[in-house]
Design a protein around this ligand. Structure first.
Ligand code: IPE
Ligand code: IPE
Ligand code: MG
Length: 241
């Protein structure tokens, strides 16, 4: 894989909606959790490809606030998979200089999972090769109303004046306060919707909706999508001469 050049810019922050695990399993006549396990294995390869591709921040959507609507079997299987994954796979990533953080509401997650998440954030806090953020029990609307509650509390406590609420102060209340905005959002599996992912943060992101199902998403496909991004012209509302 070749490194980017100035004429071929690579997005600094890439966010991925990892979709299609269920359909991947169904196509093989297997239960949905078989697809989730295959999907989880892909994450490591994609994270490991980031330094060479020049991606500094990678944010992945692992479980949405709406995914609780799935069957009990699937939800508890996913939670068990997250715990197993955090214990095994991701620990190796730490040794590769990956800093891991989580966004989403931890309140509904089981304490054993939350303590693993906290531990991982702590042990990787001095890493800086790749910033991996995992969205777990994350919803864009859920994030905005939780942020608004905290902001309203600060106004009530007179720590913040309503006049000081602007594009700089509001994002400090979001789960993503430590991240730059995503430059590129990729969704796999052919669905052209964002399902609540990073609503505020993606206001000027580029989007790529690709047909590949998440368990088939290789570093080569990732690189190809990043190259396409390099050909786009971002205008941010201005007129480029
Ligand atoms: C994405 O794959 C993973 C999660 C949402 C947890 P899906 O489980 O949504 O797979 P499809 O969309 O049913 O194929
Ligand atoms: C979005 O995928 C959430 C994650 C990838 C974790 P979904 O499969 O849950 O989204 P919808 O239901 O197709 O909108
Ligand atoms: Mg899906």
């Amino acid at each position: 894989m070749a490194k980017d050049t100035d004429s071929d810019p690579i997005p600094r922050h890439v966010a991925i909606i990892m979709d299609g695990n269920g359909r991947w399993a169904k196509a093989r006549g297997r239960p949905r959790l078989f697809g989730h396990r295959a999907g989880a294995r892909r994450v490591r390869e994609i994270v490991e490809s980031c330094p060479e591709l020049g991606v500094k921040y990678l944010t992945i959507f692992a479980f949405s606030t709406e995914n609780w609507k799935r069957t009990q079997v699937e939800v508890s299987g996913l939670m068990a998979l997250f715990k197993k994954y955090l214990l095994t796979e991701i620990r190796d990533l730490c040794d590769n200089g990956v800093r891991v953080r989580f966004i989403g509401d931890r309140i509904r997650l089981e304490p054993a999972l939350v303590s693993l998440m906290n531990e991982l954030e702590e042990i990787t806090k001095d890493n800086s090769t790749v910033n991996l953020t995992v969205a777990l029990n994350y919803g864009g609307r859920d994030e905005v109303f939780r942020a608004t509650k905290r902001l309203a509390q600060d106004v009530a406590d007179r720590k913040l004046s309503p006049d000081a609420i602007n594009e700089e102060t509001l994002p400090k209340y979001l789960d993503t306060h430590f991240l730059p905005d995503p430059d590129l959002v990729i969704r796999t599996s052919g669905e052209a919707r964002i399902s609540g992912f990073l609503l505020w943060q993606s206001a000027y992101a580029e989007y790529e909706f690709i047909d590949t199902l998440w368990p088939d998403f290789t570093p080569d496909i990732f690189e190809h999508v990043l190259r396409n991004y390099g050909k786009r012209e971002r205008r941010f509302g201005a007129v480029i001469a």
